[in-house]
Design a protein around this ligand. Structure first.
Ligand SMILES: Nc1ncnc2c1ncn2[C@@H]1O[C@H](COP(=O)(O)OP(=O)(O)OP(=O)(O)O)[C@@H](O)[C@H]1O
Ligand SMILES: Cc1ncc(C[n+]2csc(CCOP(=O)(O)O)c2C)c(N)n1
Ligand SMILES: [Mg+2]
Ligand SMILES: [Mg+2]
Ligand SMILES: [Mg+2]
Length: 328
């Protein structure tokens, strides 16, 4: 590809092809885009921002940064039970992103939009005096009135989580210089989980009408579950020994049990955590079979003050230095 020669050339050559010719995007030549919602559905909309040095490293693979940006937003749509169809991109170019960087970034978006069935609808381009700042607004649809809330958890529900927890946070530790005595394959597994979240879209969609409450774990399991506990006005009790771990994470924790705080509070998991009534357990087994993603019961919803506690095998409440990520 010839060199990008400025902002509008970049939009025309790198981003306009990502609209896939979708009607209403006007090849990114208008001031805004239009779309028409499907009958019987409502539009679900979410935005997350990634900042260089805060959410990713400046020397990370640009295609990987693009894919993570899209995926963390798709994960929020998954948490609502929505099916994605498009997204808007805001790119504030930093000091160190050159034109090949931008081309690789666009290639990353292209790869993942095909994978997830979404197209670019529009966006905005600017620059910063320091690091790169990327925002993405993802749009999806859910049957009218059926979006999964944080507020529906009921006493008697089980708390369930998809996949495994703590991998990405341990992967970040590895990128920051820790070795954990792991072999290269296990280190690569954890680092990959940090770089490339797997938004649980099919699972989220299947949970519509099944889960009482749902969210995706971005900041850390305990901090995020506190949102469900508060919105639903319930106590959530987790069983530490039930938390699902990858083989790599289990090996790290076997060597240093203190690192459990990365599992319950490290964040970047992008797994779904949700509550279901006992009557939904057979349906849950079917969903697990269909999706191929492990679903693990990790605790219970109880009547009581809005709080989340983790119990050890003697039913003692464990204290953790990290419960979740906050920016300030
Ligand atoms: N600056 C803001 N302006 C308006 N609404 C906001 C702002 N920041 C967050 N929100 C809203 O607050 C709610 C919680 O946002 P939050 O970003 O914590 O959730 P999340 O995106 O699921 O988590 P994470 O950002 O860690 O992935 C969402 O409904 C979000 O739209
Ligand atoms: C370089 C680097 N340092 C630290 C972290 C950890 N981290 C940053 S923000 C966040 C929560 C989700 O973000 P938000 O709440 O803004 O959506 C987490 C777990 C990282 N990902 N990369
Ligand atoms: Mg957010
Ligand atoms: Mg979320
Ligand atoms: Mg957050």
């Amino acid at each position: 590809m010839n060199e990008v020669t400025g902002e509008f050339d970049m939009i025309a050559r790198l981003f306009a092809p990502l609209t896939d010719g979708r009607p209403g995007t006007f090849d990114l030549r208008n001031d805004a885009a239009t779309f028409v919602a499907s009958p019987g559905h409502e539009t679900v909309i979410t935005l997350d921002t990634l900042c260089e040095g805060i959410h990713f490293f400046g020397d990370d693979d640009p295609a990987g940064v693009a894919r993570k940006l899209l995926r963390v937003n798709l994960s929020d749509l998954a948490a609502m039970g929505a099916r994605p169809f498009g997204y808007l991109l805001s790119l504030a170019r930093g000091k160190s992103q050159d034109d090949p960087w931008l081309e690789a970034f666009a290639a990353g978006l292209k790869e993942d939009q095909k994978l997830f069935g979404v197209t670019l609808l529009g966006g905005d381009t600017t620059r910063t005096e320091k690091g790169l700042v990327l925002s993405l607004t993802a749009l999806g649809e859910v049957p009218m009135g059926k979006a999964l809330p944080r507020s529906g958890a009921q006493p008697g529900d089980s708390v369930v989580v998809s996949g495994t927890l703590g991998d990405a946070a341990l992967g970040l530790c590895i990128l920051q210089g820790k070795n954990f005595g792991l072999d290269a394959a296990n280190r690569a597994h954890l680092v990959d989980r940090y770089h490339l979240p797997q938004p649980r879209l099919q699972l989220g969609h299947r949970l519509v009408g099944v889960a009482h409450a749902c969210l995706d774990v971005s900041d850390g399991l305990l901090g995020d579950l506190e949102h469900i506990a508060q919105a639903s006005e319930v106590t959530i009790q987790l069983d530490a020994s039930a938390l699902p771990l990858s083989a790599a994470a289990r090996s790290v924790l076997n060597a240093d049990a203190q690192l459990l705080s990365n599992v319950v509070g490290g964040g970047d998991d992008y797994e779904l955590v949700f509550t279901v009534p006992a009557s939904a357990r057979p349906e849950l087994a079917r969903i697990e079979g269909e999706s191929g993603i492990p679903l693990t019961v990790i605790g219970d919803v109880l009547p009581g003050p809005a709080r989340v506690e983790v119990l050890d095998s003697e039913r003692q409440v464990l204290q953790f230095e990290r419960r979740g990520w906050t920016h300030f």
